[in-house]
Write a protein that binds this ligand. Structure first.
Ligand code: SF4
Length: 206
């Protein structure tokens, strides 16, 4: 498929996902940015506003507006920052945790469409998307993502098993392309000199 056609296809899917995200978030009484904040806090625990803004790729004023709305809705609370006596970190309330749980479920229509694809197509798609995200991250057009191919625990093509060639040293387990993580809570960024060799080992056997 020509590159431009892939870009068109991704744009169409992006538009659909955006509209589904609005519908789903509205049902939960939040907007998509507010839903992303809740999901991120559920995954990461207490966070500073500045860290959240960087991870979500939104400006600090946009994030502050969304956070203010979440306080009004009783979904967030402030906690002292253990590393800075003058700062605070954001934390979910019980109500916020419940909304985050509901908001992290991908749109059922998208899940059903993906399930209908042959497994080999899903594996190839996951592998391609991980590479695309990494390229966009390198180009600094999306926030840094916690993906396997930049993780110090990732051992690409460490096993002869074609279905599960990779290894995660964190959980000491083999896994396949379909299980490559896009936002892993256990991710630890590999040292700078290791990043390119890691990618080379992953992509060489594609
Ligand atoms: S810790 Fe997470 S990101 Fe790192 S290799 Fe394991 S699954 Fe991938």
């Amino acid at each position: 498929m020509p590159t431009v056609q892939i870009a068109y296809a991704l744009a169409r899917i992006g538009t659909l996902l955006k509209s589904l995200a609005w519908e789903d978030a509205e049902k939960l009484g939040v907007n998509p940015t507010q839903a992303q904040i809740l999901v991120r806090l559920a995954a990461r625990g207490r966070s500073r506003v500045s860290d959240l803004a960087a991870e979500l790729g939104v400006s600090q004023p946009t994030l502050s507006d969304a956070v203010a709305a979440l306080f009004r809705k009783g979904l967030l609370e402030r906690q002292p920052d253990p590393e800075d006596g003058r700062a605070v970190r954001l934390q979910l309330t019980w109500a916020g945790r419940a909304v985050a749980e509901a908001a992290r479920v991908p749109p059922p229509a998208m899940l059903a469409a993906l399930e209908a694809l042959p497994e080999a197509d899903r594996d190839a798609m996951q592998r391609g998307l991980v590479g695309l995200i990494r390229a966009l991250q390198l180009a600094q057009v999306i926030p840094v993502q916690r993906i396997c191919v930049t993780c110090r625990h990732f051992r690409p093509h460490a096993h002869d098993d074609a279905a599960r060639p990779h290894h995660c040293a964190f959980v000491d387990a083999a896994f396949g392309d379909a299980a490559l993580r896009i936002d892993c809570g256990d991710h630890e960024t590999a040292a700078d000199p290791d990043l390119l060799p890691l990618w080379a080992r992953f992509s060489a056997a594609a």
